[in-house]
Design a protein around this ligand. Structure first.
Ligand code: 5GP
Length: 118
């Protein structure tokens, strides 16, 4: 469980907080990041709050992680050219601010210095 429950992402799932949702099924939801760092910047997150980060998700439900990757692929095909970065910030020192596991799908021409370009 995340330290804050319901997490901000669970509140998006519940429609308590508005978001520009681009994909949803019974296991995941995806929406445009409120502070985009690339021409396409979409957050993909599971509906469950059971996992705070990708390490826990990979150990606990690898099939759900694989599904998130497939959703990311589909979003990059729909909204961009099919090529993308997939970023899982893991831990506060890495920049993780929401402790409900999520992937950043970043696509389009990335500028030097943005998330993922060191
Ligand atoms: P993290 O920093 O944990 O890897 O990623 C959290 C992401 O969630 C950030 O990129 C942040 O901009 C995004 N975010 C935080 N609150 C909201 C919100 O209310 N709506 C949307 N669409 N994105 C949010």
């Amino acid at each position: 469980m995340p330290p804050e429950s319901p997490s901000i992402f669970s509140r998006i799932v519940a429609r308590e907080i508005p978001a520009d949702i681009v994909y949803e099924d019974d296991r995941v939801i995806a929406f445009h990041d409120i502070a985009p760092q690339a021409p396409v910047h979409v957050v993909v997150t599971p509906k469950t709050e059971a996992f705070t980060d990708v390490v826990g998700l990979a150990a606990g439900d690898p099939e759900l992680l694989a599904h998130m990757v497939d959703v990311a692929r589909s979003i990059a095909e729909d909204l961009s050219d099919g090529q993308f970065r997939l970023v899982f910030n893991t831990g506060p020192a890495s920049g993780q601010t929401v402790f409900h596991v999520h992937a950043h799908v970043l696509s389009g021409a990335l500028e030097e210095g943005t998330l993922g370009t060191q």
